[in-house]
Design a protein around this ligand. Structure first.
Ligand code: ZN
Ligand code: ZN
Length: 284
């Protein structure tokens, strides 16, 4: 039920709506020492609109999972007996499988929800313009083997050595650390390319392993890549050109091989078009 999807014909202009402006005005009133409940309720609702638009742009659908994303947070912010927003964040992260560290993270849909959550953050936080790949290398490098495959499925163009770097982050301040994370991305990328399945039987084995393990985080990066790709293929209703896919993956790897560290590159602003679905580079 939660994995049901609604087609594009429902696409509506969520981010240019007066509802979004209403939430944005109120959420901007948040300040650390002032009243936080209503601004955070409004911020969460604005974030939910951004999530849905990004989900539609990337997958061509809205899903029930997307519609109920972070649903309990506004209610928790309004509970008078919970006196700190930090507690609410912690509670939410502990029980929501789309957050790193939640023990319930087990399905491919959880990883996709995590990816969209990261990728839409820049829409509501212009001061933190990180896309999903940049969020991964900045904040969750221990999850590169799980989430790099998902980044490659959804936005292969964003996986590159020149990315937005926060000036205050370790990636900028400690070149040795930067080199280490860069090497980890290269290694995982190489592993995905080298162990990509070749035959139909190999593909079937991956689906079988996932069904048996019932936990996607125990699969290898190449397996996570294939399982996410399969889901994306179903969502978009397309066929995948495996030759093109291998070629594009190798081009990404070549881009990494000629460098040793991540370097800074500023972003363009995200343009909104609620009807637009991202052109899929691996499609036939
Ligand atoms: Zn969340
Ligand atoms: Zn969220």
């Amino acid at each position: 039920m939660i994995d049901l999807q609604f087609s594009s014909s429902f696409a509506c202009n969520l981010l240019n709506s007066s509802m979004r402006r209403f939430f944005a005005v109120r959420s901007s009133k948040w300040n650390e020492n002032g009243p936080w409940r209503i601004p955070l309720v409004c911020y969460t609702l604005e974030h939910k609109l951004a999530f849905l638009e990004r989900e539609h742009y990337l997958t061509g659908h809205y899903s029930v999972r997307g519609i109920v994303h972070d649903w309990e947070k506004p209610f928790l912010y309004l509970c008078p007996w919970i006196d700190s927003e930090k507690k609410i964040q912690e509670m939410h992260r502990r029980f929501s499988p789309h957050h790193v560290g939640c023990p319930k993270t087990s399905k491919v849909e959880h990883l996709i929800e995590m990816y969209i959550d990261w990728d839409c953050a820049a829409i509501t936080k212009p001061d933190k313009p990180l896309n999903a790949f940049e969020t991964l290398v900045h904040f969750y490098p221990e999850y590169i083997n799980v989430m790099l495959p998902v980044c490659l499925v959804f936005d292969i163009e964003a996986v590159k050595p020149r990315i937005y770097l926060h000036p205050w982050h370790k990636l900028v301040k400690e070149p040795e650390y930067n080199r280490e994370i860069f090497a980890k991305v290269c290694l995982t990328l190489n592993h995905i390319i080298e162990t990509l399945p070749q035959t139909r039987n190999d593909f079937r084995k991956i689906t079988g392993k996932y069904q048996k393990l019932r936990n996607i985080t125990l699969c290898s990066p190449a397996e996570i890549f294939i399982l996410t790709l399969k889901k994306q293929q179903e969502s978009l209703g397309i066929d995948i050109d495996m030759e093109k896919l291998r070629q594009l993956l190798k081009e990404v790897r070549n881009g990494f091989f000629i460098r040793k560290i991540f370097t800074h590159c500023p972003h363009d602003e995200i343009a909104h078009n609620c009807k637009k679905v991202k052109k899929y580079p691996f499609a036939v």
